[in-house]
Write a protein that binds this ligand. Structure first.
Ligand SMILES: Nc1ncnc2c1ncn2[C@@H]1O[C@H](COP(=O)(O)OP(=O)(O)OP(=O)(O)O)[C@@H](O)[C@H]1O
Ligand SMILES: [Mg+2]
Length: 250
């Protein structure tokens, strides 16, 4: 049984059908990649899962419970975290301070952090920093991090809330080859303890991390399988026209 199970999800914006009977199953402690050409509905699917947008019909079961229709904050509290592309880190604070603020549930975490230090959150901060490869950068100001490090900190910030399911939209975008390779290592470590759903256009990256792949086209599932199976699929090659080869799609 999947941790996340979506069936028959549909969404229209006016007369435009963006999701059309979309199905998705994500097994616990695996990483599934969501592929598809621009406009296929990948980001919209994530918006439906997190409650940012509402689907018209269909079902989204998370951990066996229906979450379609729940408010965004309620869904987050059930254990679905999402990393956005736009950085949310505070540049003037250090890596560990940014992680602390992400975990804090008090009214004025900033004041308490300066008054009492990061105390109780220490263990979790170290654990998360280790996971995202920032253990040696804890004292660095976030504003001095490289693009790749900033993205890892963003992932760390989401992890501080200990989500069961982590959604990421194009996490390797804009990274150097070296940073993307390191991100592959981070994700392979993460999926031992977390369940991940990742949208990514970088096929080398997908090959490095995906346990399973779903290819979307026009709001529904075109193909599913391992990356090796997907790359051999003629229909998939066809929707990536222009290159004729899913391996070159970007
Ligand atoms: N709020 C909205 N109102 C109207 N149309 C929308 C809205 N959000 C998305 N769409 C349309 O839905 C379709 C799917 O968009 P979506 O952003 O989900 O695609 P995507 O697969 O994430 O594409 P990309 O790879 O470019 O990120 C597009 O045609 C888009 O224009
Ligand atoms: Mg998108």
């Amino acid at each position: 049984m999947g941790l996340l199970k979506i069936t028959g999800l549909s969404k229209k914006y006016g007369a435009v059908t963006v999701l059309d009977g979309f199905n998705l199953d994500v097994t616990e402690c695996t990483l599934r990649c969501l592929l598809g050409p621009n406009g296929a509905g990948k980001t919209t699917a994530m918006d439906m899962i997190t409650g940012r947008q509402r689907a018209d019909t269909g079902s989204i079961l998370f951990d066996g419970h229906e979450i379609r229709g729940l408010r965004e904050d309620k869904i987050a509290r059930r254990g679905i975290g999402r990393k956005f592309q736009i950085p949310s880190v505070i540049r003037d604070l250090t890596v560990q301070e940014n992680l602390f603020l992400a975990a804090a549930d008090e009214v004025n975490p900033l004041r308490n952090m300066f008054r009492f230090g990061i105390g109780r959150a220490r263990g979790r901060i170290d654990y998360v920093a280790e996971l995202v490869g920032l253990k040696t950068r804890l004292a660095a100001a976030a504003g001095f991090l490289s693009h790749g490090e900033t993205q890892w900190l963003e992932i760390g910030i989401v992890l501080m809330q200990d989500p069961k399911l982590l959604l990421m939209d194009e996490p390797a975008a804009g990274m150097t080859e070296h940073e993307a390779e390191k991100t592959v290592e981070i994700f392979n470590m993460l999926k031992k303890t977390h369940t991940l759903l990742v949208v990514e256009h970088d096929m080398a990256f997908v090959r490095g991390v995906a346990d399973a792949v779903t290819v979307m086209h026009l709001g529904s599932v075109l193909a599913e399988g391992t990356m090796a199976e997907i790359e051999k699929n003629d229909e998939v090659r066809h929707v990536y026209l222009g290159t004729g080869d899913v391996a070159d799609a970007a």
